[in-house]
Ligand binder design. Structure first.
Ligand SMILES: Nc1ncnc2c1ncn2[C@@H]1O[C@H](COP(=O)(O)OP(=O)(O)OP(=O)(O)O)[C@@H](O)[C@H]1O
Length: 813
């Protein structure tokens, strides 16, 4: 159901387009029905003239203006403008046109007129019959390129003029024909159907299809027009015995070049692959309208085998065709005004000033920066005053300001010659997620993975780039606001990325925090709630990381963004060194763990989880895998040195003690926070802590967004989670390479079977096929070398299968 506002915008836009179309139709008909005899009536001021133009006096004037300005160029210019108007009208998805579009019309007109202006004797009889003799390029062409007085002609001669004008014509035709409305040059106005901001990759294939159709229509229109024009000119040629107009073939050539443009290759069917890869496709609810189409679409996908038989690669699917990012209308539009009065600010300034005077600290009050819950008051100390004196009276300031918590002294405020005192406001205001997502800071953020944090101390929107973080550690006491923040983090992702662009793994030992997201199609696997399932999920992430590195290496790029933005060269291999086919794009993967302490307290899983986390954290940034860990127990046995070293970006909510603050932030401050979303953010590569009030969105909003998203696409889980308990119980999980001889033998023979069958000898291939850790796979390969089944690695790292010795017993000798 469209909102009245959207309906109004749509109606307005369509009305405007119809008006433009009508005007252009009038120009078109006026030019086509141009009659030279009408000119004398116009120029001679005859009142009683029977106009031959189909639009009478108005049409005669319009066409006169067009021929006067552009000469013979009036025909192609009018046709081009008109056909683009038809195209716009046919394209019911209304987009705003921008200046590039209009600029290209000007370029086209200038190009045609300049080209014709170089040849004042071009088709004299036609020009004469049109009453524009001597100026085939019209006033514009004459001004620019007339051999006697054209200024461009004087600069670069006829050849220069012709080359320049052909360049202008080609460029403008290119813009017209391949104009990619939603992607580059326009902004969608249909806020109800589309999100009100356009994310990088959110242009859907549906749009592309539509554009292609419209493109074809325009192309046909233009082609048939040129054909007609060509016939007309042939006829004229016969009548006037003049040479054929030179510009027409040139433009026709443009058209035929465009016609010959290669069609995108059809996608291969993936049904077989899907079965082979053991994907689980969960049924959609009966009510879903898109189900049938989606099934059809899924068949058209091209899969890539990125992770063993059980796992699939991210979909390059036409599923995106149907996928729409959620609209902002789904979020509550709450009041985010900062509620602090000038009187309150002045009163608090006075209290701070009096306290300073009482302690004989020479300083005066500067500006105040009001935030949603805290206001920063600036104290400017006199020369020679030790600023530590100000921090030493923080308790007195708290007392005088009657603030139980929340006073924090910043000595000095970075970049200013002053000390800051953060004081809670009498009345707190909420920071609604919608208000944040609507801001330019988020909409226009050039961050690769923008995450809404909230409002900072000055009331500005704070957005972080998870890609730069590249991993995030969150800590805070119970009830301090971690879950609310993580909801905003997940919502930021859902508002920005389609399921093809983003994979999510959610770990929720408490079983309730992430439950609302259980149906989103971005999930790689069902929400993980058992600690025992986490090692295998992390192991998958670790494999995925290695596989992605190989894929990146195969195409010679250094990170995920380069990989996804690469221009495919004809020489690009189709497979990486392990035989994995190279996909067009790879998705981002974000792993969010709600309570890491629960995982670390499980002695069976702790070691592997810590190893995997540190491995992923250390290496996964470049391949687009990001970790977000949260804990309500910021103790050193949970946030270990290894984890801390790999998580430079941290967020602290209120904690219960100074020690906890030290553990999470390596500094004090978090124990002074107010709770309920009051946080300190430690940005990557910075020691300045930023105080931010976290954004907030009610559960109903999350439900609405999840419902909207999950109705569009079914979940397609990968088999990454093993219960793992059996494996763990007998001590064979992770890198704990087996001690048991029997088991060892069976693993070795399994590995030999795989190698024999697939003729692949790399560690990562074995790792993927056997779903084991890297070290374990490396150990097996070494053992196979020791027993003479494999040769030693050559200089490229390849090994031979020395199968003579180890013949497969089933194979005939
Ligand atoms: N940004 C915020 N704005 C307004 N209120 C908030 C905000 N963050 C948290 N709150 C309030 O604090 C309550 C507790 O927040 P939340 O559930 O996020 O805490 P938590 O740190 O996850 O606690 P636990 O670790 O026990 O799950 C929320 O129900 C909400 O009322």
């Amino acid at each position: 159901m469209e909102s009245p506002n959207t309906l109004f915008h749509k109606t307005k836009e369509r009305g405007l387009h119809t008006l433009i179309f009508t005007l252009l139709l009038m120009v078109f008909i006026s030019v086509i029905s141009y009659t030279p005899s009408d000119i004398s009536a116009i120029t001679g001021g005859k009142l009683e003239h029977q106009y031959s133009n189909l639009f009478g006096a108005l049409g005669a004037r319009i066409s006169y203006f067009m021929f006067l300005s552009f000469g013979l160029g009036a025909y192609p210019i009018t046709i081009l403008i008109f056909s683009s108007a038809v195209r716009r009208l046919l394209n019911l998805n209304i987009h705003k046109t921008n200046w590039i579009y209009f600029l290209s019309i000007i370029f086209f007109a200038s190009g045609i007129s300049t080209c014709l202006g170089c040849y004042p004797d071009f088709m004299p009889s036609l020009c004469k019959s049109l009453n524009i003799s001597q100026i085939p390029g019209g006033a514009l062409g004459s001004l620019l390129a007339n051999p006697e007085h054209g200024w461009l002609y004087h600069i670069c001669n006829r050849l220069g003029c012709v080359i320049l004008s052909l360049a202008l014509i080609s460029y403008s035709l290119y813009v017209f024909m391949s104009f990619d409305w939603p992607k580059q040059h326009t902004e969608k106005v249909d806020a109800d159907d589309e999100p009100s901001f356009t994310p990088n990759n959110s242009n859907t294939i549906q749009d592309e299809e539509k554009e292609k159709n419209t493109f074809a229509q325009l192309k046909n229109t233009l082609a048939s027009w040129f054909q007609t024009k060509h016939d007309e000119s042939d006829a004229l040629q016969e009548v006037s015995s003049e040479a054929a107009p030179e510009y027409l073939p040139a433009v026709s050539e443009e058209i035929s070049t465009l016609e010959k443009a290669p069609e995108p290759s059809p996608r291969k069917s993936s049904k077989k692959n899907k079965e082979a890869l053991g994907e689980q496709e969960l049924p959609l609810a009966d009510t879903l309208p898109l189900e049938e189409n989606l099934d059809h679409i899924i068949e058209d996908e091209k899969p890539h085998e990125i992770f063993s038989g059980q796992l699939t690669e991210p979909q390059q699917s036409t599923q995106t065709t149907r996928y729409k990012l959620p609209s902002l209308d789904l979020l509550t539009n709450g009041d985010s005004e900062i509620k602090i009065s000038p009187e309150e600010v002045q009163r608090k300034k006075d209290i701070i000033q009096e306290t300073l005077e009482h302690f004989k600290i020479k300083a005066h009050m500067g500006e105040a920066f009001p935030g949603p819950r805290i206001t920063l008051y600036e104290i400017i100390p006199d020369k020679g005053v030790r600023i530590e004196k100000i921090s030493s009276i923080s308790n007195n300031l708290s007392m005088e300001l009657q603030a139980q918590m929340g006073i924090r002294i910043i000595t000095p405020i970075p970049g200013r010659r002053s000390v800051g005192v953060e004081v809670p406001n009498d009345e707190a205001s909420s920071v609604w997620l919608r208000a944040m997502v609507e801001t330019k800071d988020f909409k226009n953020s050039d961050a690769m993975i923008p995450i809404v944090l909230g409002k900072d101390i000055s009331g500005n929107t704070s957005v972080m780039d998870l890609a730069r973080a590249p991993h995030l550690l969150i800590a805070g006491a119970t009830g301090a606001g971690k879950s609310v923040f993580m909801n905003c983090l997940i919502m930021s992702l859902l508002y920005r990325f389609t399921p093809d662009e983003l994979e999510l793994i959610l770990v929720d030992p408490k079983k309730v925090e992430f439950a609302p997201y259980a149906n989103i199609p971005h999930l790689v696997c069902p929400i993980i709630t058992e600690a025992e399932q986490v090692p295998s999920a992390l192991r998958w992430a670790s494999f995925e990381m290695d596989v992605r590195y190989d894929l990146l290496a195969a195409v010679g790029v250094r990170n995920l963004s380069d990989f996804n933005n690469r221009k495919k060269k004809p020489t690009e291999p189709t497979e990486d060194k392990n035989g994995n086919s190279i996909p067009e794009k790879l998705p981002l993967t974000v792993i969010i763990v709600d309570e890491v302490a629960d995982l670390m307290s499980n002695k069976n899983t702790r070691a592997e989880i810590e190893n995997s986390i540190s491995r992923i954290a250390a290496k996964a940034r470049a391949v687009g895998i990001h970790l977000v860990l949260a804990t309500q127990s910021p103790r050193t046995n949970v946030i270990t040195g290894v984890i801390k070293a790999n998580f430079p970006t941290r967020i602290a909510f209120q904690v219960s003690s100074y020690t906890d603050s030290m553990t999470i932030l390596d500094g004090k401050g978090a124990e002074q926070l107010l709770g309920r979303g009051d946080m300190l953010f430690n940005p990557p590569a910075s020691s300045n802590l930023l105080r931010i009030q976290s954004a907030w969105t009610p559960d109903e909003d999350i439900e609405k967004v999840v419902e909207f998203i999950s109705k569009q696409q079914s979940q397609r889980f990968k088999d990454i989670v093993k219960t793992g308990s059996a494996e763990i119980a007998n001590g064979t999980d992770g890198e704990d390479y087996a001690s048991d001889d029997e088991q060892q033998d069976s693993i070795i023979s399994q590995a030999m079977d795989i190698i024999r069958r697939d003729k692949k000898t790399s560690i990562s291939y074995l790792q993927r096929k056997m779903r084991i850790g890297y070290n374990k796979a490396a150990n097996i390969i070494e053992e196979l070398e020791d027993i003479g089944f494999l040769s030693a690695a050559d200089h490229t790292g390849k090994r031979e299968i020395l199968d003579d010795i180890y013949k497969n017993p089933e194979e005939p000798s």
